[in-house]
Design a protein around this ligand. Structure first.
Ligand code: SAM
Length: 232
């Protein structure tokens, strides 16, 4: 049993992908002291998972004030998590370094800008790459970034002319491991379905798998990036 306590209203959505990353964090038996959750959302789920995994101080940021206020109001152990409204690292100071940073960032490729919850720029990688880049300033050496990524973005295998996310991270001084792979259904009326034509256009080498009943599926990876060297 995990020691997580969050208030919730029944009509609020269940953070399914956040729980995939949260479960991986708890399973990995963290020894980190200072944690940061980027894009914590209205549930603050990953910030709570960091606390449950034994991280001593946790900061949670989100660009959306309403989501952050809701997460704060539902934090039944008020005081253990510091909630900050911030565009990724913008409101954080470099005097504080984190030994673990986690994120389930918005990463849906979209032809035109969409909701902050999902919009990851035209190729879906915009926020992911900003987080990885920012880790050079905010993550301790040997600190770890755990980030959830859709496989079609080209995590270990490139699906267009751009290098894979792992190749980019390694060129920036990270060691990388995919610590979990989870199958995800493309739901009717969901954001992936809505943007599937565009995803195929941006990532022409990617092929969605199909179940017997015709449902399309893809994988969601939890990527662990360990910062092993300082790259200027
Ligand atoms: C996919 S949701 C993840 C929510 C939650 N962490 C979870 O796992 O269920 C992405 C979150 O990132 C936030 N977000 C989007 N752009 C952001 C940015 N530039 N800086 C910080 N947070 C951002 C959104 O408001 C949203 O809450």
């Amino acid at each position: 049993m995990y020691n997580i306590l969050i208030g919730a209203k029944h009509e609020r959505f269940i953070p399914r992908s956040g729980l995939i990353l949260g479960e991986a964090l708890i399973r990995n038996k963290l020894t980190s002291k200072h944690g940061l959750d980027i894009g914590t959302g209205e549930s603050g789920i990953l910030a709570h998972c960091l606390i449950a995994a034994g991280v001593q101080t946790v900061t949670a940021v989100d660009i959306k004030a309403s989501a952050l206020h809701y997460a704060k109001s539902m934090d039944l152990r008020a005081g253990s998590i510091t909630w900050i409204e911030s565009n990724i690292f913008a409101k954080l100071t470099v005097d504080v370094l984190y030994d673990i940073i986690v994120s389930n960032p918005p990463q849906m490729p979209m032809r035109t800008p969409g909701e902050l919850h999902d919009y990851g720029g035209e190729d879906g990688r915009e926020i992911i790459l900003k987080i990885i880049e920012g880790c050079s300033s905010f993550l301790t050496t040997n600190g770890q970034l755990y980030i959830l990524c859709f496989d079609f973005l080209g995590v270990d295998t490139p699906y267009n002319t751009r290098p894979s996310l792992i190749a980019i991270a390694e060129s920036m001084g990270f060691n990388s491991i995919i610590i979990s792979r989870n199958q995800r259904r493309v739901r009717n009326h969901g954001k992936t379905k809505e943007n599937i034509a565009w995803i195929k256009e941006v990532y022409p080498g990617y092929v969605f798998r199909e179940l017997d009943d015709g449902t399309l599926i893809h994988d969601v990876f939890v990527l662990q990036l360990k910062r092993v060297s300082l790259v200027p």
